[in-house]
Design a protein around this ligand. Sequence first.
Ligand code: DAK
Length: 277
Amino acid sequence: MDYVLYEQKDAIGIITINREKALNALNSQVLDELNEAFDAVDLNTVRCLILTGAGEKSFVAGADIGEMSTLTKAEGESFGKKGNDVFRKIETFPIPVIAAINGFALGGGCEISMSCDIRICSENAMFGQPEVGLGITPGFGGTQRLARLVGAGMAKQLIYTARNIKADEAYRIGLVNDVIKATVDEAGNITVSAKDNLMAAAEKMAGTIAKNAPIAVRNCKKAINDGLEADMDKAIVIEEKLFGDCFETEDQKAGMGNFLKKKDDPTKVKVVDFKNC
Ligand code: DAK
């Protein structure tokens, strides 16, 4: 693939959008390759994914404005569908996806981060939905996911004003879960970049998720996603079914067995090696 890199570290998969010269803007080829990369993830061995962008400056600076500028109505619709299909694939992907946002997350960049389960960003990150300044609406789910994440009032303000916000404000409104800073020595020199610290934080979080019972983690993702689309009576039934689904798995027996063993004797096995079955 030209624009998407994939690396697996133990049970963590890292997908990197690698079009640094264009600040990782999403053209059709990037979207096709992202689709392929997600399809190729080995779900038997990978338990958590990280999605990031190449370089220190930009996660994704949006959909490719050059490519979009000449689209007809029909082509615009099909470009929107291509993006929406990939973003929905990420959102409903069986295992959690953490967006590690290193710099600009504008337009389609903000939107792809919102299709991930969790967002953490570097201190130089910048978020925004600048589309109305370009004469279009957010087309990769921004009007829908931003309102669900930060509330309708804040989403409307950001989308109507097309104002970009910095990492701290994104944290304050709940768009990101954490902001990761560079490490600076006493003289004020950067010893570890914000990007490197961001990736370390993302991998640490992914590692923690990967150690938990995989079937349970997958079912939690599905319960939260599907439940948010339903009213509470139906949502509770969704949870009941996914809860019931965990029983009779080896992981449930191992997890609960470990707790009961520890109760008798705290020196007994502390870390459960969940087998994903
Ligand atoms: N598309 C294409 N190329 C881009 C790009 C983008 N979104 N953003 C940056 N680049 C390219 C620049 O053209 C430049 O390329 P060269 O000129 O070197 O060849 C290179 O990346 C470096 O950018 P700059 O020179 O501009 O770098 P600066 O540091 O000066 O500025 C910037 C960084 C992020 C502030 C600036 O590049 C910028 O404002 N970029 C555009 C950000 C933006 O407006 N993004 C939102 C795009 S709109 C829909 C489907 C999808 C969408 C909407 C509808 N439907 C089908 C309905 C989604 C829309 C969007 O995402």
